[in-house]
Write a protein that binds this ligand. Structure first.
Ligand code: WT7
Length: 568
């Protein structure tokens, strides 16, 4: 089924991308350079392109940021952002920060996050955003791997930073610690706002983001300034951003979406960006859309399902007249969510696909094309996507295989921090980047997501690595073995289910269950606590001892276990 989703209530019927086929046939990434004012061979800085460029073009008074957080509503123009990011960058330089050094940001979504990130990038240092949900043990792994010289955080979050165990840390800058020598506000106030931007090679790293796989510890995905071309162009084409837009991306800046589409894409396109810091609450969220007259909204299927489940009595109280485009990313967008969105907002949802590693949008539904509910859409002009078999051969339409992208695009990760082997694994079948996703392509060139090849879990549209939880579970004195899987859940996508084998002498009880959950919550992160823990006598392993999570999953779902000839 194909539908043309209604385009909302505005009279804006001219899309930035009017003719997909023509763009797909003719677009080259160099074409985006002109709009950013980039010249061949000249150095760049993505932070300059996001902020200073607009001020230089006479748009300094436009609103860059509207922040709604516990400190109240704060609004910043592009000029103010320029001054504050210069001040922060100059302060970092005074503290000795040099190109290529890492600065970790353990902060909730807030103007201080945005200013710290852009200020860091202006100095040529590499920003390392860390989600404020993470607790000490998880943070220790990230910090020891990335070796930051400085950490920017808040007073309550600071307690989780195992400073003594991370020798690289020279200092900690604390937001909201009035008067202290490390006080963020004082540092910024004492600094000057003279031009602070260091000019960088396009291939220089600017961001290091941790994400999970199905095996091993989290990996630090490296992104470079060159990515700006794609953040900008996809913001223009897929989000359909125009300078008059008010845009809200619901992702926390501790995740890639909160950076690529919470900061880069909107600001490269010069739009007003809304930041909200607080828990999910249907009334509050509808209120944010209404009050700020949000026009373009990027969110996840999980959040949309949560709003849907709260019912129409809440949504009917609000007016969404300004809203003209809704998009989602992170997991499959259920057609029922699309129908609910049509009745609630008079707008359908445009699904889009990409990964932390791809840096930016790769496959999407476009305003100018019919939408097929349930499909992720078509490749962005400039991107070649295919379905391949294990030999790297392209499969014809309607055959399922691995989704692969022809390697080499502006926002592609340029490395896994200190792990070349892991990086190379993604590119082991030239000329492809291997996504680990299963999909098929239909005869019209639309891609349809079918699942993951590995055991990565999607909990509330966020990526969760079973290995990290298993490793922490077995550190608990009562647990000898652990296997973690994702179990389908109507609202959350998947929930986390742990199978454990108890150490002899322990018996299962509610208290032990609680204690194990608390162990994960206080050491790793609240979102990594298993929703269900089940004790079993042993775990299915191969003869070489490798955990067979797919067998656990089949047991859980009552499905046939398939080939278990390798099972011990
Ligand atoms: C994985 C990447 C960077 C965007 C946020 C998630 C899954 C992503 C979709 C979609 C079905 C999707 C894939 C992908 N995924 N978008 N539209 N439909 N699945 O980034 O945390 O790096 O996760 O999310 O499995 O590989 P991420």
């Amino acid at each position: 089924m194909k539908t043309n989703l209604p385009q909302g209530n505005s009279n804006q019927n001219k899309y930035n991308l009017a003719d997909y086929d023509q763009a797909y046939a003719t677009f080259r990434w160099e074409m985006a350079e002109k709009d950013l004012g980039w010249e061949k061979g000249s150095p760049v800085n993505i932070a300059h392109s996001c902020i200073d460029r607009h001020v230089l073009e006479g748009k300094g008074d436009r609103v860059a940021l509207i922040s709604d957080d516990p400190a109240g509503i704060r609004t910043y123009s592009f000029r103010e952002m320029q001054q504050l990011t210069n001040r922060f960058a100059n302060a970092l330089k005074r503290l000795g920060i040099r190109k290529g050094e890492r600065v970790a940001l353990l902060l909730p979504a807030s103007p201080e996050f945005h200013i710290s990130l852009l200020g860091t990038v202006k100095t040529g240092a590499i920003a390392v955003p860390l989600h404020s949900k993470y607790m000490s043990d998880a943070l220790k792994d990230f910090l020891r791997d990335s070796e930051p010289s400085l950490v920017v955080t808040t007073a309550p979050l600071r307690q989780r930073i195992p400073e003594k165990e991370v020798p690289s840390i020279r200092g900690v800058i604390v937001v909201g610690k009035a008067g202290d020598e490390n006080d963020w506000d004082r540092l910024v106030a004492d600094s000057d706002d003279s031009q602070a931007t260091e000019w960088m090679d396009r291939e220089d790293p600017m961001l290091l983001l941790y994400t999970s796989g199905s095996t091993g510890n989290p990996k630090g995905v490296v992104h470079v300034h060159e990515g700006a071309l794609q953040y900008f162009q996809t913001g223009r084409w897929v989000l359909d951003l125009k300078e008059t837009d008010v845009y809200w991306c619901t992702a926390d800046p501790g995740w890639v979406t909160g950076i690529s589409y919470g900061i880069w894409a909107p600001w490269l396109n010069g739009v007003t960006n809304v930041v909200y810091n607080g828990p999910f609450d249907a009334e509050k969220w509808y209120g944010l859309l209404e009050k700020n007259r949000v026009t373009v909204w990027y969110t996840t299927p999980s959040y949309l399902r949560m709003l849907m489940s709260r019912g129409g009595n809440i949504s009917r109280k609000f007016n969404f007249k300004a809203l003209r485009k809704i998009l989602s990313v992170g997991e499959p967008l259920n057609p029922i969510v699309n129908r609910w969105s049509l009745s609630t907002f008079n707008l359908g949802v445009y699904d889009s696909w990409w990964m932390t590693e791809t840096g930016a949008l790769m496959i999407a539904n476009f305003s100018c094309l019919p939408v097929k509910p349930g499909s992720m859409g078509k490749p962005i002009p400039g991107i070649y996507a295919a379905i391949i078999n294990d030999q790297g051969e392209e499969l014809p339409p309607l055959e399922m295989g691995q989704l692969a992208i022809r390697a080499g695009w502006p926002a592609m990760m340029r490395g896994i921090w200190r792990d070349k082997e892991k990086y190379d694994e993604y590119f082991r079948i030239p000329p492809w980047y291997l996504t680990g996703d299963l999909a098929y392509r239909d005869k019209d060139g639309y891609f349809w997501f079918q699942g993951r090849i590995d055991d990565v879990i999607k909990f509330q549209s966020e990526r969760v690595g079973p290995f990290e939880i298993e490793s922490k579970l077995v550190e608990h004195p009562a647990v000898t073995e652990a296997g973690v899987i994702g179990k389908p859940h109507p609202l959350k996508g998947e929930i986390i289910k742990a199978f454990i084998v108890l150490e002899s002498g322990y018996s299962w009880s509610d208290e032990l269950n609680k204690d194990i959950c608390e162990f994960i919550k206080t050491r790793l992160a609240p979102h990594l606590v298993p929703d269900e823990v089940q004790v079993c006598p042993g775990l299915p392993r191969t003869k070489s001892g490798k955990l067979m999570r797919r067998v656990l999953k089949s047991w859980e779902l009552g499905l046939p276990v398939g080939d278990i000839s390798t099972m011990d």
